[in-house]
Design a protein around this ligand. Structure first.
Ligand code: PGA
Length: 242
């Protein structure tokens, strides 16, 4: 696993890497997996600008988001579908039919998760997966204890995560208790993984990624089982690495 330490926003570096990969893919389809959260906002801004300037196009890109809250859809400004539309998709030339986000409103959530896995397979697997990391080391909504071979499934959020995410809601009681999330195994199935970490609150998770024993109680350590994973951290997030 590699570490890149950035002077400023890790999202700026991530956008450069995504651009390189898109240019290398040329006219071939490219399957890109995307996160929500505060950390990737700079990446989305940079990619949208590159697209507007004609440096890159998303017309051959198929996206799969990492996760979605149970019970929330595009009409809710807390849904990840709303986040993606308003922070990224409406600014780029991606085809609507190439956007995939788990449907938190599906009547059968387990069937929705199975269908999501099937769609990823049918697309040829994930070329590049971008994720953030939680303060507790989670990737997507794979909370501590998530098996490394887990697939897309319905998960319970931990109290920690609910409290961290409460900043986006009127109060903590409004944060959904469950979500649909790609599994750790789904994430490890990507050909390349980029994890972005920004700020001192992520320093312990970044340290653990490199120094803690590989174990499901700290999900980010799963990346050490992957041949092509990179963590991009700013100085604060990398500050505890020896
Ligand atoms: P953040 O979320 O980018 O808002 O810090 C990351 C995560 O919890 O995965």
């Amino acid at each position: 696993m590699k570490l890149i330490i950035t002077d400023g926003d890790p999202g700026t570096k991530a956008a450069e890497i995504v651009k390189e990969k898109l240019l290398a893919a040329g006219d071939k389809k490219f399957v890109l997996s995307l996160p929500t959260g505060g950390t990737p906002l700079g990446m989305y801004k940079n990619l949208a600008r590159m697209n507007a300037d004609g440096e890159i196009t998303f017309k051959n890109v198929i996206t799969f988001n990492l996760d979605e809250y149970e019970g929330l859809g595009i009409e809710s400004d807390q849904s990840y579908r709303y986040f993606m539309e308003n922070n990224f998709f409406k600014f780029i030339d991606i085809k609507k039919e190439n956007i995939n986000i788990p449907n938190g409103l599906a009547s059968d959530l387990n069937a929705e998760c199975e269908e999501y896995e099937r769609k990823i397979k049918a697309a040829g697997g994930i070329d590049l997966l971008v994720a953030g990391v939680g303060e507790n080391g989670h990737l997507a909504f794979n909370e501590p204890g998530s098996p490394f071979d887990s697939k897309t499934r319905v998960v319970e959020l931990t109290e920690d995560t609910i409290n961290v995410n409460a900043r986006y809601f009127a109060n903590a009681a409004d944060v959904p208790r469950r979500a649909l999330s790609m599994g750790v195994g789904t994430i490890l199935g990507a050909r390349e993984i980029l994890v972005l970490a920004s700020g001192a609150k992520k320093a312990e998770a970044v340290r653990a990624a490199f120094e803690a024993p590989v174990n499901p109680e700290c999900v980010i350590t799963a990346l050490r089982n992957h041949p092509n994973a990179v963590i991009i951290a700013d100085k604060e997030a990398a500050s505890l690495i020896k």
